[in-house]
Design a binder for this molecule. Sequence first.
Ligand SMILES: C[S@@+](CC[C@H](N)C(=O)[O-])C[C@H]1O[C@@H](n2cnc3c(N)ncnc32)[C@H](O)[C@@H]1O
Length: 249
Amino acid sequence: MNLRIFATAILLTMASPVTAALAQKGDGQAFLGPPGLPANAFPKPSRPVAEIISPIFDTEANRDGAKETEQVFALMNLKPGMSVADIGAGSGYYTVRLAKLLGPDGRVLAQDVMPNYLRDLNERIFKARLPTVTVSRGEPHDPRLPANSIDAAVLVHMYHEIAQPFAFLHNLAVAMKPGGIIGILDADRQTWQHGTPPALLRCELAAVGYREVSFTTLTGGLGYLAVFEAPGAETRKKPVEVKACPAPG
Ligand SMILES: C[S@@+](CC[C@H](N)C(=O)[O-])C[C@H]1O[C@@H](n2cnc3c(N)ncnc32)[C@H](O)[C@@H]1O
């Protein structure tokens, strides 16, 4: 066997468990839960929706320097053993930090709608060997997560990109366990400038039946974190009851 063939054989031997594990784990393109209600059951938002332009908000070094995840995790009281969804996970800045915080008994559902972002994220999770993370695909109006499966969800710099926020919030509420909370981090600016004015956010969440738990301006110029409790089956608004909120002036 010449040297090149020998080296290739070694590489293939090393790669095969990797390939097998990747195949086992899937490529993050699958939906985890059955479809929820369709987008057209709800009114359209009466304000612009921002375009999806990037899988990350800022460099990880800058965000770590501002202690972003430490602030968010403390304000949401996230603890080891919880099941937490990273909705709009992008390149996984929150996903990997959540996996560390939640520990071996916790679970992270890292979800996005962009197939190319999901492919890269799946690779990152595989390389980092994070067995408690599941990467999955959602639809713009539906996170497609299993019912009653999540203690908390983080939605970071993505709310303004949700094409159908009312259907999305309704379908997300179905995935939450009783008393489950969502934390929305965003900038206080107009939706077309990749932010969400707090009054608009409160109106849209209340329209579906979410209850505000806290609102905090983060330190380090990171924007705000608004925490809401998801409505259970009894308090969730029926699609016909949901009214779009006035566009901010
Ligand atoms: C600016 S990136 C932020 C990524 C990550 N959360 C962070 O903080 O770095 C916004 C992400 O939200 C995703 N996104 C947009 N609309 C979505 C939707 N309806 N459901 C799930 N993800 C969505 C985009 O594909 C993109 O990855």
